[in-house]
Design a protein around this ligand. Structure first.
Ligand SMILES: [Zn+2]
Ligand SMILES: [Zn+2]
Length: 176
């Protein structure tokens, strides 16, 4: 049992986020493996992105919480080991994210708000990145010479054949 818990802790280290204060498994993490590839090398920096507020933090091995509680997955019925007081628990059976059973109604509200704000921030980041990419695209294309050269080639070919390329066709050719 101890071994199994330690194993799951290695796979999915639960930590308390210093930003939002909730306990959750990471939504993503960067880490090195130990030389025997058996687990996380805690002597190297480990970056964890909070599942709830998406802040990055750098826990040490001692910050990983023991899986000293169990909750039952409401979808697959699997008993899932988790730290007591966890806000989010990832079902080890079906992967569903569960709300920790120990949260008070006030903490559940806080959790909902923290995740909602992080969702809005993520969406804004995503939209801003997409907008930047869109604005960068014409410059990137002319730098690599694709669109303008190809447009020129199509134009020349159209000229030689005595026809102009159909904009509908060029779009289907995938250069738009
Ligand atoms: Zn957080
Ligand atoms: Zn499940």
């Amino acid at each position: 049992m101890d071994d199994a818990s330690a194993g799951s802790a290695e796979r999915d280290p639960y930590t308390r986020c210093p930003d939002c204060g909730f306990i959750a498994p990471p939504t993503s993490m960067d880490y090195a493996l130990t030389p025997d590839l058996a687990g996380i090398d805690w002597t190297a920096p480990v970056r964890v992105t909070c599942f709830i507020c998406h802040a990055d933090h750098y826990p040490a091995a001692a910050d990983v919480l023991p899986l000293d509680s169990v909750m039952t997955c409401k979808r697959c019925g699997e008993p899932v080991a988790c730290p007591a007081g966890a806000a989010r628990v990832r079902c080890t059976g079906c992967g569903l994210f569960l709300t920790g059973p120990d949260l008070t109604p006030a903490q559940r509200d806080e959790l909902r708000i923290a995740e909602g704000l992080a969702g809005v921030a993520l969406r804004e980041t995503y939209l801003a990145a997409r907008e930047r990419a869109r604005r960068r695209e014409p410059r990137a294309s002319s730098l690599s010479g694709t669109r303008s050269n190809r447009a020129l080639r199509y134009g020349l070919r159209g000229g030689r054949d005595g026809r102009f390329p159909d904009p509908g066709c060029t779009r289907a050719d995938g250069w738009i």
